[in-house]
Design a protein around this ligand. Sequence first.
Ligand code: HOZ
Length: 438
Amino acid sequence: MTPGSRTSPSGTSRSSQLYERARQIIPGGVSSPVRAFTAVGGTPRFIERGQGPLLWDVDGNEYIDFVMSWGPLIHGHAFPPVVRAVAEAAASGTSFGAPTKREVRLAELIVDAVPSAEMVRFVSSGTEATMSAIRLARGWTARDKIVKFAGNYHGHADSLLAQAGSGALTLGVPSSPGVPAGTACDTLVAEYNDPDSLCALFDKHGADIAAVIMEPFAGNMGVVSPDPDFLEAIRRLTSDHGALFICDEVITGFRVALGGAQSVLDLDPDITTLGKILGGGLPIGAFAGSSDVMRHIAPDGPVYQAGTLSGNPISTAAGIANIEPLHQPTFYEHLKSLTDRLAIGLTEAAGTSNIPVTVNVQTGMLTVFFTNGPVRDLHSARESDTGHFARFFHAMLENGVYIPPSQFEAWMLSSSHTEELIDRTIEAAWEAFRELAA
Ligand code: HOZ
């Protein structure tokens, strides 16, 4: 079938059967909540394989993929250098629990690319990266409280699940049961893009705040960009009060630019967290910062952090193979032009339907909000009509385009999305908006 054409010649019966089986033995039938289509209804597609920008489900339906494993696949599915690197690494042993040359190479790639990174510690996921960064900040400052922003998501560690975005927001459990009250009370929440709300927290708790953690371009309440005065306030208030600034670049790292959002926005964080693209689709995370701060981690320093699979040889091999090609001089120019082409096309398609839509875009990522906007924080993101989103999602899926099954996530592009496929996606959106308006 032609990508972007109507799907389901053979329906979704195999996905439905697998979903039924899965739900008997896996909560919600999925290994991560937002995959379950809870917010949009219907049957999650069980995926058989991916190639470049395309996905095939177990019923043989073909999709243009804008989930891209939620971000890691900056070159598309089954990127040959990553596939080769994984095969070669696996053939030499899948894990050693001892240092390897590849860890050193991948750490060097990070230090070269990410402006604020002087030293790096590898972990196995983005959640572990943010969790460890918080512990490091607490150990460094000898303080307990942290500040996060409403609608930002930093993985599912206890201290970070307060007014959290992503699946937590999608499912309406932004502050999860199971987080001890004693932990929750050390997490303070300010409003994104609202320097006054951050200032108020520092006025009251300044001497107890270990760190402020933020998504430099938010991706987990949909794509939202920061105002310059908001960024300036974070750096000024953390510096003035002796707190650390943690920049969570798990999504934006290597996506919006080789040096991440901090290179685009001219930020100078104390700690940066990374994941996703860093592993090319294999599990990995990292946190990085100045040597001073990073040497506070064991065994150089007293803050304990460890992991059997940390710096895993297959993940680091995949990471190197994923990141080295990002140094091509026109890589990000090309990715930006594809993303802008899609954002403009989607905005024009929506314009014909009189359905209020705001498209927020950064290089390699965008979100279509069903509201007049502007969308600049959690409050305005929540103005989006999620009923319209659900209908749009299914119309796109039926037209062979697979986007995140939640209003509050980012569409992810890769260098493998050709202009032709972007234009087919825009055609599918015209059709979807026509259906919505009817
Ligand atoms: N937290 C991811 C989206 N921002 C979702 C991960 C997944 O479901 O795979």
